[in-house]
Design a protein around this ligand. Structure first.
Ligand code: NAD
Length: 260
């Protein structure tokens, strides 16, 4: 039980990568708040954990909404006493050539990925400092935190920005035992990616199989997708690492797509 007595608040945990992290954390003994825009799916994921003998709550939150982030972190503290681990994971993807992006879509992307990371960090760091027990802050970056791809200007911009945020929070949190790190996955077959395959095929004028083989997995060492289990294993390591030796880092889990 690597997370016994720990409380984790995980955003976007009703689906995909976030859900797998919530399940793994619960299996390792954590009490988990599943915070997601999709309230029904968040409650269903929490019920899955409770039915398996774990502890979890499902909470509705839009991570771009200051009041909702504050109240959902407060609800987590009410339910479980504190917050030891934040996984800022909620995210979406919108693909267009840069000149076709509307300002509204650009702002929406930066709001979900960056405002969401800031607001959840602020709420959780305040609690970690007040409770004086340190903590682990984990941002769901991407290989796109370090590399660029066509059609993804706001996503690449936001994911690069998370590395700057993590490094700053790591410096500010050091003397309080608060660590901050970024996970940088390659492509993982989740609803977020399944939606992009036909969109990219259309935008690039190629087949869906070509999008998978020649765009998404082209630079991996073995042509394989990363899995939610791969990412959750790294999230477990960052959450359970015992010292400040591992902070301010960004770790690729991408079948070698990025080695930087
Ligand atoms: P997903 O679509 O399966 O899950 C995303 C979840 O976020 C959904 O449950 C959705 O309801 C929630 N969400 C969306 N907007 C929200 C908001 N404003 N407030 C709260 N919740 C919101 O996607 P996923 O693939 O599991 O992606 C999770 C994270 O991993 C994202 O940050 C994504 O950028 C990142 N990522 C994904 C991949 C991949 O290939 N799937 C690769 C690298 C990084």
């Amino acid at each position: 039980m690597r997370l016994a007595h720990k409380v984790a608040y995980v955003t976007g945990a009703a689906s995909g990568i976030g859900k797998e992290i919530a399940l793994v954390y619960a299996r390792e003994g954590a009490k988990v708040a599943i915070a997601d825009l999709n309230e029904d799916a968040a409650k269903a994921a929490a019920a899955e954990i409770v039915n398996a003998g774990g502890q979890a709550i499902g909470i509705a939150v839009d991570v771009t909404n200051e009041d909702q982030v504050e109240s959902s972190v407060a609800a987590t503290i009410d339910a479980f006493g504190t917050v030891d681990v934040l996984v800022s994971n909620a995210g979406i993807q919108i693909v267009h050539p840069v000149e076709e992006f509307t300002l509204a879509d650009w702002r929406r992307m930066l709001a979900i990925h960056l405002d969401g990371a800031f607001l959840t960090t602020r709420a959780c760091v305040r609690q970690m400092k007040a409770a004086d027990h340190g903590g682990s802050i984990i941002y769901m970056g991407s290989v796109h935190s370090k590399e660029a791809s066509k059609l993804k200007a706001p996503y690449v911009t936001a994911k690069h920005g998370l590395i700057g945020l993590a490094r700053t929070v790591a410096k500010e949190g050091g003397s309080f035992g608060i660590r901050a790190n970024v996970i940088c996955p390659g492509f993982v077959r989740t609803p977020l990616v399944d939606k992009q395959i036909p969109e990219q095929a259309k935008a690039l004028g190629i087949s869906e199989m070509d999008v998978i083989r020649n765009v998404m997995l082209k630079d991996t060492v073995d042509g394989e997708f990363t899995t939610t289990a791969d990412v959750a294993e790294i999230a477990l390591m960052f959450a359970s690492f015992p010292t400040n030796a591992l902070t301010g880092q960004s770790l690729n889990v991408s079948h070698g797509w990025s080695m930087g």
